[in-house]
Design a protein around this ligand. Structure first.
Ligand code: GDD
Ligand code: GTP
Length: 425
């Protein structure tokens, strides 16, 4: 049998997702009508042999309760549980800590999904490759532009055999443009011993290895002063395990040609929303709004939202619960969250409008499009790096006729004058 683990991390990790993560843990943020974690989970539910799913992270116990309740109701044959780390244990440390739960029932293999990626999750194809190659591990890879590759784990593979020859997490210089998508399939027999030996190696020479942080703002793996915390089980798949697998194991890569994006910054929710909407559109999902003269697909409109028929929406727009959209409004490439009011003739482009915000008549809230191939959500304007996506935190208000351009605005702000290229605190 096969199981699946979704790695969600914890509260300190959501920093780049501010201001949206101030009000909601990132995995629960909705794009294209579903929470980020739900997009991962529904891919898992498409694999009939997976009957047990673990969400591993260090968020509070209560955070995923409703999600799990709904998931269990919709998929009665799947057991889904949240396993909470007492502190951040790293991507492999969490797996190891909960190995008894994962190993129960003796599954041969299990998937691991980073919750903060957006892709089509071709799990079935990964399983096929795993079987075909009699693999011990399969990683999902994708090609990105050369300049972007060093922000990710880089994979050197043999084009013919698909074997992973070499793996380096966020290398200093370019080694490959085939990168780690954050989706893996591991043989249980191999992965736990590999983690154990990495932990042993670490215990044998503590402090000698330095762990570059992927997130400048977090510091949880800095050794504490009192030394007993020293031997923490912080073990990362990427730095501690994958290069070993490449050296010694039956480790293969499935290269996806389908869409893939990371969801790190708040702005990256806009391309993720667009990609998931596109996917829903291609699969003729009933959830999307019917195209018309004023609805340019794909568009998601929550059933409880009220949209004036003269408003023009799309492409790539999600409208949340109880939103009201007035006459003559124009919205494209944007996410409008719950309880927002958009008054007549306002225009929202490349933006995220936070919960319960209010956009005045003839106001303009806009960001700048980023090329799809670029894995970044900032743009350079007049030599200065600014946010490409405009983001309003919850309960902001934009006055009538006010223009907000390339700004990030913290919650509860009242914008009465035009602003551009600013972080409004
Ligand atoms: N449970 C748990 N515990 N989850 C964690 C922990 C932890 O201590 N630390 C991180 N995570 C989760 C995050 O929530 C995320 O889903 C995933 O593990 C990876 O997060 P990071 O460790 O921040 O790595 P990254 O996102 O910078 O890079 C990883 O993903 C890229 C693809 O998006 C690496 O795997 C890269 O190689 C890869 O390219
Ligand atoms: P394409 O995007 O290339 O299809 O051009 P378009 O002219 O159709 O523009 P689109 O409708 O995609 O988005 C911009 C449109 O929004 C403009 O055509 C304007 O009519 C409209 N628009 C621009 N500013 C405002 C505004 O402040 N209020 C309202 N209500 N509409 C606006």
């Amino acid at each position: 049998t096969t199981k699946a683990v979704i790695l969600v991390g914890g509260p300190s990790r959501g920093t780049r997702f501010r201001p949206l993560s101030l009000d909601l843990p990132k995995p629960l943020f909705e794009v294209a009508g579903h929470s980020i974690i739900d997009h991962c989970f529904s891919a898992i539910t498409k694999i009939p042999e997976i009957q047990e799913v673990f969400i591993i992270g260090y968020y509070d116990e209560t955070v995923f309760r409703d999600f799990i309740k709904d998931a269990a109701r919709d998929h009665p044959h799947i057991t889904i549980k949240y396993l909470r780390e007492y502190q951040a244990l790293g991507t492999a440390g969490g797996l190891y800590h909960f190995r008894d739960a994962i190993l129960k029932g003796r599954p041969d293999r299990f998937f691991v999904l980073n919750a903060d990626v957006c892709c089509s999750f071709p799990l079935q194809s990964m399983l096929r490759l795993f079987e075909e190659k009699d693999a011990e591990a399969v990683i999902l890879g994708t090609r990105v532009p050369d300049e972007a590759a060093t922000n990710f784990g880089c994979i050197v593979s043999d084009a013919h055999s698909k074997r992973v020859l070499h793996y380096v997490e966020k290398p200093e210089s370019r080694i490959s443009n085939l990168i780690n998508c954050g989706v893996y399939l591991f043989a249980t027999e191999t992965i736990f011993p590999s983690i154990r030996s990495a932990m042993k190696r670490r215990a044998d020479r503590p402090r000698l290895v330095s762990y570059p942080s992927s997130d400048a703002l977090d510091s949880y793996h800095v050794p504490r002063s009192g030394d007993e915390e020293e031997k923490t089980e912080v073990i990362r798949l990427e730095q501690d395990i994958l290069s070993d697998l490449a050296d010694n194991r039956q480790f293969f890569v499935l290269e996806t040609k389908d869409f893939w994006r990371q969801i790190k910054t708040a702005g990256s929710a806009v391309p993720a929303n667009a990609l998931y909407l596109m996917k829903a559109w291609q699969s003729q999902s009933e959830e999307l709004a019917k195209p018309s003269a004023n609805i340019l697909p794909p568009v998601f409109i929550h059933p409880t939202a009220t949209v004036d028929p003269t408003a023009k929406l799309g492409p790539n727009v999600s409208i949340g619960p109880r939103v009201t959209i007035g006459a003559g409004v124009r919205i494209k490439e944007a996410i409008v969250l719950e309880d927002v009011e958009v008054r007549h003739d306002a225009c929202i482009l490349y933006s995220i409008i936070g919960w319960s915000s209010r956009i005045g008549a003839w106001a303009r809230v806009e960001g700048t499009p980023t090329p799809v191939r670029e894995h970044s959500t900032s743009v350079v304007k007049n030599g200065v790096k600014v946010q490409s996506i405009t983001i309003l935190g919850k309960e902001c208000s934009v006055g009538d006729e006010v223009r907000v351009q390339n700004c990030v605005c913290l919650p509860f702000k009242d914008l009465r004058r035009d602003v551009a290229n600013e972080v409004i605190m």
